[in-house]
Design a protein around this ligand. Structure first.
Ligand SMILES: Cc1cc2nc3c(=O)[nH]c(=O)nc-3n(C[C@H](O)[C@H](O)[C@H](O)COP(=O)(O)O)c2cc1C
Length: 361
């Protein structure tokens, strides 16, 4: 049976279908629980949450489901890849026309970015004790990995290259999520700059599957049963899907974001940009991504670029202006449509079974 993989056996869920963690509030407890209740595996992106909020979110998920789920954090990076770094004055000047349009006063200097207290967040994860702790942007320090293991928490690390998958396996993770170039959201690259870590899902998955022994989750551009079936045929033990779940009614995406993703013609055009946060991310192309791609490219590294674009994004959302918003989404968006998350899991499972039946009998 296609549903019986090393992933479903280890996790104890019905389908090898993972709802990818989506930080910043996009993966809500309702979304995570709906996916896990439907037989998939839900994940909550928690990097933006305070430790107490992580505990509250985990309790809320448990109120809504007794099925396993994952909590996910971003590993803090000591040295941020600067991309095309310039001084703050020039980066602020580059953004001023957008601030003028939105009626925002000039900024004299970048606002202080919020500080992520990873250690306390991780303590909260240990306390919440999810079935899985998944992470992105690096390796989990060995003492933390040991502490998670002691609690019986499985570890999933995210790779964008074969080398990253090998490094994750050597660090002792239980599973590797291999994320192809098509994926929505940030590139989680940590060994090389993200621009040099852009292998597509189709060639990445079989290479990672051959390079590591641990089960592999395939992510990037998968949005229907044909994609899930392809991931399994390539040797993955599960498919991880973000964008298609972002379109579900339980997600935290705002109205403008949902409308853009559901507009098939619009969703056909995505862009990789550092302009919103300073880290490379795949979003739907819009005026901001197009104009910021034109020289001069004056961006600050994460988290400063995130801090200097924040007011613009918030004001644009208030004004109903999606031309200046970061509309995170992957290349598979036109394959999906808005629906309840449980229905999406059921449809993915039915389609995957039908496709595999047709080809494999
Ligand atoms: C809005 C958004 C936020 C995301 N946030 C995270 C995150 O916080 N942590 C993480 O490991 N992956 C994150 N991802 C990646 C997803 O978990 C998933 O791997 C990816 O979306 C799969 O590609 P797809 O969008 O083509 O389905 C995010 C993706 C999106 C679209």
């Amino acid at each position: 049976m296609w549903t019986s993989t090393r992933f479903t056996e280890r996790i104890g869920c019905r389908y090898p279908i993972v709802q990818g963690p989506m930080g910043g509030g996009a993966s809500t407890p309702e979304l995570v629980a709906a996916v896990s209740n439907a037989g998939g595996f839900g994940s909550l992106g928690a990097y933006h949450l305070e430790p107490a909020e992580i505990l509250r979110a985990a309790a809320e998920i448990r109120r809504l489901t007794d099925k396993p789920f994952a909590l996910n954090l971003w590993i803090p990076r000591a040295q941020e890849d600067p991309g095309s770094q310039v001084d703050a004055t020039r980066a602020l000047a580059r953004l001023q026309p957008y601030r003028d349009e939105l009626g925002l006063p000039p900024l004299a200097e970048p606002p202080a970015p919020g500080v992520q207290d990873f250690e306390r967040q991780f303590e909260a994860v240990l306390q919440a004790r999810p079935a899985v702790f998944s992470f992105i942007f690096g390796l989990l320090p060995a003492p933390m990995a040991a502490a998670a293991r002691k609690q019986g928490i499985l570890l999933i690390g995210t790779a964008t290259t074969v080398e990253e998958a090998e490094a994750l396996e050597a660090s002792g993770v239980d599973l590797v999520c291999a994320s192809g170039f098509e994926a929505g959201g940030h590139r989680g690259s940590f060994l090389r700059p993200a621009e040099q870590s852009l292998t597509g899902t189709l060639p990445l998955i079989p290479q990672v599957v051959s390079a590591v022994r641990v089960p592999v989750l395939a992510a990037g551009g998968i949005a229907d049963g044909r994609g899930v079936a392809a991931a399994l045929v390539l040797g993955a033990d599960a498919a991880q899907i973000g964008t298609a779940f972002l379109m579900c009614r339980e997600s935290g995406a705002n109205t403008l974001h949902r409308a853009a993703l559901a507009d098939r013609e619009r969703a056909r055009r995505t862009a990789l940009t550092r302009a919103f946060t300073g880290r490379l991310a795949r979003v739907l192309a819009n005026r901001f991504t197009e104009e910021m791609a034109q020289p001069p490219s004056e961006l600050l590294p994460y988290p400063l670029q995130n801090a200097i674009t924040r007011e613009i994004r918030l004001a644009a959302a208030r004004a109903g202006r999606d031309d200046l918003l970061g509309l995170y989404g992957g290349q598979g968006a036109p394959l999906a449509s808005p629906r309840p998350a449980g229905d999406l899991v059921a449809a993915l499972a039915a389609e995957t079974g039908a496709v595999l039946e047709r080809f494999c009998g």
